[in-house]
Design a binder for this molecule. Structure first.
Ligand code: GLC
Length: 740
């Protein structure tokens, strides 16, 4: 075992500083002359590249081995590189986007997905993943809600813990990844839902709603924390000592590495808290930031700052030791290649068991939002189906952060349906464009010109509409595969209008007007406003961006092979103007549903209900569950337990997985409490006709809440307990928490 302190003692200052610099792949190309440009642009010397500690987003057994080999040749002390990558929801086997995974209500399933993602990425030479993303999101305008697991801190905390455990499970056998939880902190609440915008959150809300998933990640042994682009209390997270030292190190005992998000150190200048790159280097480093991602601030700034006594050598050594310690934990000093071979990568990626898991996960992550007239499921053997829409035969259903996904491997909905429906009973046509204007892709180079050529001409549009109407008239069921363009959600993809594009809405209404039965299938990365289509169709299935096996999973559900169990982890707004809308809001002094004030003077809108169109926790299945006989122990004493029981009866003739949700409301507290707070959930398999009595336990730990100092308050008094199938359909009971 390498003595890291002995190694540190041998290191020159340049070698130490190098460990705190992360560069992307263009500095490690086969032809060194091609790196002249990037080095000049970034303003770094070759010596920095030779000493660099980690590489961003390079993967593949052959490529990582070659870069590592060359690096070790130049490394005087043979300190291996760390390869870090965005393996957010899969490496080659792409799972559903995290917002979809959030709708599975199965942390165990998400853990399995992370184990598989880690194994595939590790087989390709990755060491660290920039995941899980732990940001709480209540604002569907923010494109990165696709990367979160939703609007509830309790649910997010379960998922983040499971993800860290999954990614890191196989680290000891070199088949796991070190996790890097992100983005610390508050990034999911930008004003206006506009990415990278200012965040204004009270400390009480930070402690209550935004920090717990990060604390859970750290308690689960997460190796790294990535700082967010935004300010907290007006100080950018990347240079915020309250976040990086007071909380992370002193209060939560985090021993791992802190890394800036992409170029966030240099962005301190744009934030107006640093005069230049050296100033940015000083305030970030002294705030507790270990690694500078993708800028030259640390590479060029740390040495002069040390010489000028503006940073301490002890702090530098501590940061370097944290990086070396992770390399040791990953076994890189014993084997810099971690046993990675092209053959091993080939064997691991797309393993049939991985694909099976992807199909199961996608089936458990999609959410049925409407199903009138028993439209679904249909019998694939006898039903004439028209599959119409821009997602009818489109492999682009991975979502934006499937960095290493290969669309060529993705089964389209058309293919999956052809496998299930006899020839002659399925007709397929795009019917209309996904978008009419791809200008928003302009920043991505020529992409928008390429995409724009995919738009139908006026003639083609007219012909497509006629063909689609003709197919719809002949079919027993029309499946309309619509949604967002894959790049309309994700990073830097904030939108102010959450409706489907006008031309899609009109198309849906035209087709539905002639169809016998119409099912709207949605491929999107955020909650949409569906108010203008919901009454025109018989059924709606929210498929999200479901990943490599998403089409098969969707057909499993549509054809009745799988009984859907997905439940929303984020509310679907009734209107754009409602956003942010979320279930666990405070009552206010003038709640719209109960107040002494006259109806005019209540907390409500003149032109829109307060309630979302589809609430948190909502989803339909092919079975029906009825809850009854809620019993709540009336008194909770310190150290005691309240037992909550409810009878869950499957009134249908179909077996089904049901997610029972436990919510609490603290009626009187020193800080106003949300009207509802998810405090537990359990999934029960109910056979057709079966009744089960389901139990929950509530302890005083469940009643505590944070104050602005981050201390937990636990107060006696009356609590309302609710159990339901979603946050808007609940049975209610109560109990008192008392001293005796
Ligand atoms: C991006 C994202 C972050 C990602 C990083 C590296 O800007 O904000 O989530 O991990 O850069 O790609």
């Amino acid at each position: 075992m390498t003595s890291l302190h002995a190694l540190l003692a041998q290191m020159t200052l340049d070698e130490k500083i190098g460990q705190l610099v992360q560069l992307s792949g263009e500095f490690f190309l086969d032809e060194p002359q091609l790196t002249v440009g990037p080095k000049a642009k970034l303003g770094i010397a070759q010596a920095v590249v030779d000493n660099v500690g980690s590489v961003l987003n390079v993967s593949g057994a052959v490529k990582t081995r070659e870069i590592q080999r060359k690096h070790l040749q130049n490394s005087r002390l043979k300190i291996p590189l760390l390869f870090m990558a965005d393996v957010i929801y899969g490496y080659r086997t792409i799972f559903p986007i995290p917002l979809a995974l959030g709708c599975s209500w199965s942390p165990a399933l998400i853990r399995q997905c992370c184990v598989v993602a880690a194994r595939e990425a590790a087989s390709a030479g990755s060491h660290v993943t920039f995941a899980p993303m732990a940001d709480l999101v209540r604002d569907a305008r923010w494109g990165r809600c696709m990367e979160s697991t939703g609007e509830d801190v309790f649910l997010n905390t379960q998922y983040v813990r499971a993800s860290v455990e999954g990614f890191q499970q196989d680290m000891p056998t070199q088949q796991g990844l070190a996790a890097c939880v992100k983005h610390f902190a508050g990034y999911g609440a930008p004003i206006g839902g506009r990415d990278y915008n200012t965040v204004e959150l009270s400390h009480q809300s930070l402690f209550e709603d935004y920090f717990p998933p990060f604390q859970a990640a750290i308690d689960a042994g997460c190796e790294m924390v990535m700082t967010s682009f935004n300010t907290v209390d007006g100080v950018p997270a990347t240079a915020n000592p309250w976040l990086l030292k007071t909380l992370l190190r002193e209060r939560w005992g985090f021993q791992g590495i802190t890394i800036a998000d992409y170029a966030a150190v240099k962005e301190l200048i744009a934030h107006g808290v640093a005069a230049d790159e050296q100033d940015a280097c000083a305030i970030a480093f002294n705030a507790g930031l270990d690694i500078d991602m993708k800028t030259a601030c640390y590479a060029n700034g740390l040495k002069p700052l040390l010489a000028a006594g503006k940073i301490s050598e002890r702090a530098l050594d501590d940061a370097v030791l944290r990086v070396l310690r992770l390399k040791q934990k990953l076994g890189l000093f014993d084997d810099p290649y971690r046993g990675v071979t092209p053959e091993g990568e080939q064997r691991c990626c797309y393993h049939p068991e991985h694909l099976r898991l992807a199909r199961e996960t996608a089936g458990k992550s999609l959410v049925v939002l409407k199903n009138d007239r028993q439209t679904l499921p249909f019998n694939p053997a006898t039903t004439r189906v028209a599959l119409i829409g821009p997602y009818a035969d489109n492999p682009d259903i991975f979502g934006l952060w499937a960095v290493y996904g290969e669309k060529s491997r993705c089964t389209t909905l058309k293919t999956a349906l052809q496998e299930a429906i006899p020839d002659g009973n399925l007709c397929v046509t795009p019917g209309c464009d996904l978008l009419l204007d791809y200008g928003f892709l302009g920043e991505f180079g020529a992409t928008h010109q390429v995409e724009q050529t995919r738009c139908l001409t006026d003639n083609e549009r007219a012909q497509e509409l006629e063909r689609a109407l003709d197919y719809a008239r002949q079919a027993d069921v029309v499946l309309l595969a619509m949604g967002e363009h894959m790049m309309q959600s994700g990073e830097a993809a904030s939108r102010t209008d959450l409706h489907l594009p006008r031309h899609q809405v009109e198309f849906i209404q035209q087709i539905a007007a002639v169809a016998k039965k119409t099912v709207l299938l949605l491929f999107n990365g955020r909650p949409l406003v569906l108010t203008d289509v919901v009454d025109h169709v018989d059924a709606i299935v929210e498929a999200w961006f479901p990943g490599i096996e998403g089409s098969h999973a969707l057909v499993d559900v549509l054809s009745g092979k799988r009984n859907p169990s997905g439940r929303l982890s984020m509310s679907f707004p009734y209107a754009n103007g409602q956003v942010p809308v979320y279930y666990n809001a405070l009552n206010t002094g003038r709640p719209a549903h109960q107040s002494d004030h006259s109806p005019r003077f209540l907390s409500k809108y003149l032109d829109c209900p307060n309630a979302p169109l589809f609430p948190f926790g909502f989803g339909l299945s092919w079975h029906e569950t009825r809850l009854s006989d809620l019993h709540v122990t009336p008194r909770l004493l310190p150290g005691g337990t309240v037992m909550v029981s409810v009878a869950a009866h499957n009134t249908s003739d179909v077996d089904g997985l049901e997610t029972l949700q436990l919510y609490l409301h603290d009626c009187v507290a020193s800080i106003a409490r949300p009207a509802l707070q998810l405090k537990g959930f359990t999934q029960v398999m109910l056979a057709a006709g079966e009744t089960q009595v389901v139990h929950f336990e509530i302890t005083p730990h469940d009643l505590g809440f944070y104050d602005a100092e981050g201390d937990v308050r636990l107060e006696y008094g009356r609590f309302r307990a609710f159990v339901g199938l979603n946050s808007a359909s609940l049975l209610e009971g109560e109990f008192y928490y008392a001293e005796s």
